[in-house]
Design a protein around this ligand. Structure first.
Ligand SMILES: Cc1cc2nc3c(=O)[nH]c(=O)nc-3n(C[C@H](O)[C@H](O)[C@H](O)COP(=O)(O)OP(=O)(O)OC[C@H]3O[C@@H](n4cnc5c(N)ncnc54)[C@H](O)[C@@H]3O)c2cc1C
Length: 414
């Protein structure tokens, strides 16, 4: 069976690695010319995503991946602060968490290693359709065409394939814009380094401004003690942060800025919102070249709205179907689990226990449930942030946070 995968991001590469490992004839067409020349910060892989990866990629790649990952179980519980830097509370203990964080570039590079020469870089797919015999066909930017038995769109949130199948976009902007960057823990002053600690957290404020701070340390908190296998881009304790604002003409103007200018404009915006300096230090000390803007897009949270097409020899997975804001940290993990599910159902076809359309139909049914689950989780935070931008939400946040912080101080004193 010949399978064409459009998109060599996380989901497409994971699928292709699994197909190659199981003897399928696969080709991935990816428009990027270099897998390392990609955006992105860190990706969280929960236990289910890791289990899927073990099914998809050879053991030596899993070993390199874990040697390059930061273990959540070694982190302190997450913290929640208000915009003055006052502690509001903590998340659950992470000591039993199987989840790991990995640089997106590292994950993509290791998956590309597993795909080998079945990955064709610098190949943009411009159109898809069916050949005269009814088999799926893709048209590449150089005008050449390729046919296959199964075509899989793993081409991300603005998917050509899912758009073709659904007859239009499969997701829409949620009204929040994010700006992310990286800050080495060593670049923070001792007080702020102590306050943040080896943990991730979130700063809440009225008027829709929020700041996520994620802790990543693939060296000090490595999952495996195997430095010779480490391929992480991050080389020491680092905070990956994400500033989030409701979209407006003012935030749109920020999108045109770069580096120092963008950092300074973000700081000015937070200061105008009355933020104290301590929660802003992580932005002020960021590597200016690491700061970038991204729009939050989301598909529907209802399973029946996802992949709303009859199953056939063209399908899609990952963000193409269930684009998810990064607020749950589950988009990449879900794309990997989609890939493992599709592989399992395709193996049933080659084993003679299923037919291709049935296998695709079962895969899409699984994916609808998975997509709705992660979208529901991710949209909770999005709705919370948007609610603080209403007059009532702003008033409640302003009034409630000092009381929550004071109650927390009392509890700690006792
Ligand atoms: C640049 C970038 C940075 C990201 N950073 C983070 C992050 O830091 N943290 C996080 O949690 N999530 C991040 N994400 C989102 C996360 O990677 C995805 O949610 C998750 O990987 C889902 O994977 P996917 O394979 O469905 O899509 P993606 O990983 O987005 O991959 C889609 C791929 O398809 C390719 N493509 C699209 N159209 C075509 C075409 N017509 N022809 C050929 N190739 C095409 C794209 O170049 C891309 O490589 C990022 C996504 C991108 C694209």
């Amino acid at each position: 069976m010949r399978i064409i995968v459009i998109g060599g991001g996380i989901g497409g590469l994971a699928l292709a690695a699994g197909l190659r490992r199981n003897g399928f004839d696969v080709a991935v067409f990816e428009r990027d010319t270099d897998v390392t020349a990609t955006g992105g910060y860190h990706i969280t892989l929960d236990g289910r995503a890791q289990e899927a990866l073990r099914r998809l990629v050879p053991p030596e790649i899993v070993e390199r991946l874990l040697a390059s990952s930061s273990a959540l179980r070694l982190r302190d519980p997450d913290a929640f602060w208000d915009w003055h830097g006052r502690l509001l509370g903590h998340g659950p203990r992470l000591a039993d968490s199987p989840s790991v964080d990995i640089d997106r570039i590292t994950l993509r590079t290791l998956l590309a290693d597993a795909v080998g020469d079945d990955l064709h870089l610098g190949q943009t797919v411009t159109a898809i359709g069916h050949a005269d015999d009814g088999t799926p066909q893709v048209v590449l930017a150089d005008g050449t065409t390729q046919r296959c038995d199964l075509l899989v769109g793993a081409d991300g949130a603005h998917s050509l394939v899912a758009g073709h199948l659904a007859g239009g976009p499969t997701n829409r902007p949620v009204g929040i814009i994010g700006f992310s960057g990286r800050t080495a823990a060593g670049d923070l002053g001792p007080l702020e380094r102590e306050r943040l600690g080896p943990r991730s957290g979130m700063v809440f404020a009225p008027r829709g401004a929020a700041l996520y701070v994620g802790f990543l340390d693939p060296v000090g908190n490595a999952v495996l003690d195997a430095p010779h296998l480490r391929a992480s881009v991050t080389s020491g304790p680092t905070y990956i942060w994400g500033a989030m604002f409701p979209e407006s003409a003012a935030t749109d103007a920020l999108r045109g800025l770069r580096a120092d200018e963008l950092r300074d404009a973000l700081l000015a915006r937070f200061r105008r919102h009355g933020w104290a300096e301590s929660p802003l230090e992580v932005i002020a000390q960021a590597d200016p070249g690491s700061i970038a803007a991204f729009r939050f897009n989301a598909a529907s949270t209802r399973a029946q709205d996802l992949a709303p097409w009859p199953a056939g020899p063209i399908t899609a997975l990952g963000d193409a179907v269930h684009a998810t804001p990064p607020t749950a940290g589950m988009g990449a993990g879900a794309a990997i689990r989609d890939a493992a599910s599709l592989l399992t159902h395709l193996c049933e076809v080659t084993a003679g226990t299923s037919a291709l359309p049935v296998a695709v139909s079962q895969f899409e049914a699984d994916m609808r449930v998975r997509g709705a689950e992660i979208l529901t989780l991710a949209m909770r935070t999005v709705r919370w942030i948007l609610a603080t931008d209403t007059p009532l939400g702003a008033a409640v946040t302003t009034a409630a946070t000092p009381m929550i912080a004071a109650a927390g101080r009392l509890r700690r004193l006792r």
